[in-house]
Design a protein around this ligand. Structure first.
Ligand code: GLU
Length: 297
């Protein structure tokens, strides 16, 4: 596995030249576009890594995978009265369907859906920002995981589309908490900084039950979470990613993509900041495509 990851790094790194880091969040626009990481963690506990695999980056929408998992665990089926499970076919921050579909977001991985999930968590657990960070520490086995306050401030300063979605949700009766508070907590989840290795470890509950105290360790909802990853995990490129890579995955505009391969017993995370026009990392997609092809799906 280790020589394979190094070969993949050599092949995937150059593809990043075709894109740019997320420009709409100033703190992300400043990240070094040459960074690259690939980490693989197996259910037996072996870890392999190439590149900057221990450097924390902004997890952004990868947080949506873990907040959804927590909401399924802590809130249960009533969550599905408030958010659907269909691909949207629209950009991740689009609010068009919210207006025409009565304030019920298409899925929990677009921004409007993740704001509903945040609202539901915030309603039952007012200190969810600390709770979420602690769960990510438990899942990754690393107490050093922390929020990046610069990224958080940068998102608050530029997050008008997300506030628009939250106010629309409120107007349609699908938000309990204050829209500003809900979006600020949503931005905070997105601002968590983690390395590729930490994220691969954290995603292992989607492959096999894990030891430890994390709420998600048992992986009770893994099958259904993987279904939503397959259909909605890569924004409006989820079909293309399924065709090309074939693994359930979740991307974020920080340039990270988490993917799991239950058949082969591993979780992986690739990171490279430059994005394509859909908001997905070009080199991370390439790295995961090569990894899936070489290890089998
Ligand atoms: N915090 C980002 C936003 O709300 C997340 C986007 C993403 O990673 O898809 O725009």
């Amino acid at each position: 596995m280790q020589p394979l990851l190094e070969r993949i790094e050599d092949a995937a790194r150059p593809t990043a030249e075709d894109g740019l880091p997320a420009q709409y969040i100033p703190a992300l626009a400043r990240v070094d576009p040459k960074k690259f990481a690939l980490a693989v963690v197996t259910k037996e506990g072996a870890e392999y890594a190439a590149g900057d695999a221990d450097e924390p980056f902004s997890i952004q929408s990868i947080s949506k995978l873990f907040t959804l998992a927590l909401a399924m665990e802590w809130i249960g089926d009533s969550l599905w009265d408030r958010v659907k499970r269909e691909p949207s076919g629209m950009r991740f921050n689009s609010i068009i369907q919210l207006e025409t579909e009565n304030g019920v977001p298409r899925n929990p991985f677009i921004n409007a859906g993740a704001i509903v999930v945040t609202d539901a968590l915030l309603h039952t657990r007012p200190s969810i920002a600390v709770g979420f960070r602690n769960q990510m520490r438990l899942l990754s086995g690393d107490e050093s995981v922390r929020y990046d306050s610069e990224v958080h401030r940068s998102e608050i300063a530029t997050g008008d589309m997300n506030r628009a979605a939250a106010f629309l949700l409120k107007a349609k009766g699908n938000l309990t908490e204050d829209p500003i508070e809900a979006t600020n907590v949503y931005f905070q989840f997105c601002s968590l900084a983690m390395s590729a290795r930490q994220l691969a470890r954290a995603a292992l509950f989607l492959v096999a039950p894990q030891p430890g105290d994390a709420a998600l360790a048992k992986g009770t909802h893994a099958l259904r979470l993987r279904a939503i990853m397959r259909t909605c995990g890569l924004y409006d490129q989820s079909g293309e990613f399924a065709f090309r890579v074939g693994l359930p995955a979740k991307s974020g505009v920080g340039g990270g993509i988490v993917a799991v391969n239950p058949a082969k017993g591993y979780a992986a995370c690739a990171w490279s900041p430059p994005l394509d026009k859909f908001g997905n990392s070009i080199a991370a997609t390439e790295a995961l495509a090569l990894l899936a092809a070489e290890t089998g799906v």
